[in-house]
Design a protein around this ligand. Structure first.
Ligand code: ADP
Length: 226
């Protein structure tokens, strides 16, 4: 089977990553994942605003996902919508187990993911970029979080769907894993698959995550050395 962009079934799109790309944030990263172009910035640990969100046992992690109006084919209305609020929440859920939040009670760590150009898989690329920005900000981590999706297109399980495949495909399964423990910190599914296909897609997505992890390590090494 040939995919619409010529990739093999188990092949990722071309991915480029750079750490520390924004001078004004405490930590930042840029990820180009196929036609996705995403910046992540991290602020903190800092004062919690509003105060009532502060916790005395750990830091409060806030994640905001936004898409630029020019990031999609038809101009997107600026500002938050249900989808971006949901992706902000799942991004926080995917990242939280990796961050040693207990080190910073009564403070806040803020993660901003900004999508400049979208082509499906932005939550995975955003989580991958946010992890690099957290490391760049010097936030203590248990490991790196790496995300990648697999899905079903033309009755076949394939890795890392692009927009055209996402539109015509039967299912999409974004997954994030925490390196070291390999715990799954994000698992969503949209579409219909058999139990065996879900297993196959999950295994393929985890395999994709492991390849993306190597790229994250390379990006960190090229900024900070070995
Ligand atoms: P993900 O980007 O994580 O795959 P979705 O499955 O919700 O998340 O979205 C798939 C793709 O659909 C996005 O990457 C983007 O290319 C496109 N898309 C999402 N929201 C909009 C929107 N409001 N207008 C146009 N295209 C959108």
């Amino acid at each position: 089977m040939t995919r619409c962009d010529g990739r093999e079934k188990e092949e990722l799109r071309t991915i480029k990553m750079e750490v520390g790309v924004l001078n004004r944030a405490d930590g930042s990263a840029y990820v180009e994942w196929g036609n996705n172009k995403i910046f992540a910035a991290v602020y903190g640990p800092k004062e919690v605003i509003p105060r009532f969100l502060a916790r005395n046992d750990k830091a409060y992690l806030r994640c905001k996902y936004s898409m630029a109006p020019f990031s999609v084919e038809d101009r997107k209305r600026p500002g938050p919508d249900r989808r971006s609020i949901e992706i902000g929440k799942v991004t926080a859920g995917a990242l939280a187990p990796a961050i040693i939040l207990e080190d910073y009670p009564n403070s806040m760590i803020e993660v901003l993911v900004d999508v400049m150009q979208a082509d499906a898989g932005t939550r995975c690329a955003g989580i991958t970029a946010a992890t690099l920005a957290l490391v760049d900000a010097g936030i203590p981590m248990r490991g790196l979080v790496t995300a990648c999706a697999a899905g079903k297109v033309d009755d076949q399980i394939v890795l890392d769907l692009c927009k055209e495949e996402d539109n015509s495909g039967q299912a999409d399964v974004p997954v994030a894993i925490l390196s070291r423990t390999e715990d799954i910190t994000l698992l969503q599914m949209d579409g219909i698959m058999s139990e065996d296909e879900v297993d196959e897609a999950l295994n393929l997505a985890v395999k994709g995550c492991k390849d993306v992890y190597e790229m994250q390590m390379e990006a960190l090494k090229s900024k900070y050395g070995d």
